[in-house]
Design a protein around this ligand. Structure first.
Ligand SMILES: Cc1ncc(COP(=O)(O)O)c(C=O)c1O
Length: 410
């Protein structure tokens, strides 16, 4: 039995198996050089080209490229008029931007509980509607796995609520044959470098089928200025309060060429997930991700749930031990949002300037048992389209080695 590297043994892999990796191809390089040569740094043809192709990829009427995924969410709330006085129900098991963008828009975030896979639990959502006034539901297709949208949409329809998709993880994912991005009233994607596709820096994109909402978004992202509608005649003419949340030309050029490879990337991720499921699925105390037939999961993150008692390692020690084996594992969303200092002190204006005008719920009193439990059991393993078969096998070998060691050295 090989000794874990964290206890002084030999690591499974001497070369670090990276958690995430991006690839920038020759087309991107050439486009960036051309942009630099021409000096068209902030605007140019790639922006529209990317938007057109992204809309086509999703099957949506409009795609509006913006500065990042957080701003994509924020502008989506403004475009749907979910601002002061609105209450938006979402998940606490997510990246902070899912909820902070609701606050930035002037709304109040509320939390429902999640299922074991990290997606919103429709039963908990329904229960929240029976207790609270709620204007919209923001789903996060966690790790690239679509939320059970039939249920969410039924509740939203019955209660007259809007549905926002935080699709930061889920470019190309499908629910019953429909792509994520078309499952609600609006969808926000992130193009952060490690996401399913990257931009040449930060980046985000909003998808909608509504002409008016799209028009509002193009104004909102660029100072509310009429230039985009009227050309030079609209320069320095401002129609509404706007922001500077545009995507730059270099960002758009990279995103455009990355998008050309998206289907290959997704297929690679799915193949790796299938291999990992086969290699890890039978291990005691490990729960691998599931993919029911009506969904297409894109595995932005490959997340497992561990049972600490069965595997003999605490979650945090297990993650450290995997890293010592050369496998860049992470503990992921290890503290749900309602337990974060930000939300415990959200009514303090020094923490959140909106507290000067709003009263937020007492998040400290919320008990969301599944979100609290899975945040203690989650382990993220490396996942990106450039993992070799050998690396995938080494990931599984490291997991197996650590569990076997504990079963004989308890
Ligand atoms: C679920 C979720 N929502 C929103 C965002 C925000 O995207 P960005 O980092 O592009 O602002 C992220 C980013 O990681 C995310 O994971």
């Amino acid at each position: 039995m090989h000794k874990p590297a964290i206890l002084g043994g030999e690591p499974v892999s001497k070369k670090k198996i990276r958690f995430a990796k991006i690839f920038v191809g020759d087309e991107e390089r050439k486009a960036i050089e051309e942009i630099l040569r021409e000096g068209s740094l902030v605007s140019g043809a790639y922006l529209e080209k990317f938007e057109k192709e992204f809309a086509r990829f999703i099957g949506a009427k409009h795609a509006i490229a913006v500065s990042n995924g957080t701003d994509a969410l924020f502008l989506s709330y403004l475009a749907l008029d979910l601002t002061f006085g609105s209450r938006v129900l979402t998940t606490p098991f997510t990246f902070v931007a899912t909820a902070s963008s609701i606050i930035h828009a002037g709304s109040i975030p509320l939390f429902a509980d999640v299922l074991e896979d990290g997606n919103l639990d429709p039963a908990s959502v329904e229960k929240m509607f029976s207790r609270e006034k709620i204007d919209a539901i923001t789903v996060v297709h966690m790790y690239g796995k679509p939320v059970e949208m039939d249920e969410i949409r039924r509740i939203a329809r019955e209660k007259g609520a809007l549905v926002i998709e935080d699709a930061a993880h889920a470019h190309g994912a499908e629910y019953k044959g429909t792509k994520v991005g078309l499952l609600g009233d609006i969808a926000a994607f992130s193009l952060y470098p490690t996401k399913i596709i990257a931009a040449g820096g930060w980046g985000g994109v909003i998808v909608t089928n509504d002409d008016e909402v799209a028009e509002k978004l193009t104004l909102l992202r660029a100072h509310g200025e009429l230039r985009h509608k009227l050309g030079e005649a609209g320069a320095y003419e401002y129609e509404r309060l706007g922001y500077n949340m545009r995507m730059s030309h270099i960002e758009a050029a990279v995103a455009y060429y990355q998008l050309k490879r998206i289907n290959t990337y997704i297929e690679k991720r799915r193949k790796i997930a299938k291999m990992l499921n086969e290699l890890l699925g039978d291990l005691p105390g490990i729960r691998v991700p599931e993919e029911p037939n009506h969904l297409k999961h894109v595995y932005y993150i490959y997340s497992i749930l561990i049972d600490e008692k069965v595997i003999g390692w605490s979650r945090d020690e297990f993650v450290k031990a995997l890293n010592a084996e050369g496998v860049e594992a992470r503990r992921g969303y290890h503290k749900p949002l309602h337990k974060q200092e930000l939300f415990l002190n959200i009514n303090d204006p020094r923490v959140n300037h909106f507290a000067k005008i709003h009263k937020y719920p007492e998040y400290a009193k919320m008990h969301l048992p599944n979100a609290e439990r899975i945040s203690q059991k989650t382990v993220w393993l490396p996942m990106h389209p450039f993992l070799t078969e050998e690396e995938v096998e080494s990931i599984a070998t490291a997991v197996r080695k650590l569990i076997e060691w504990k079963s004989t050295h308890a």
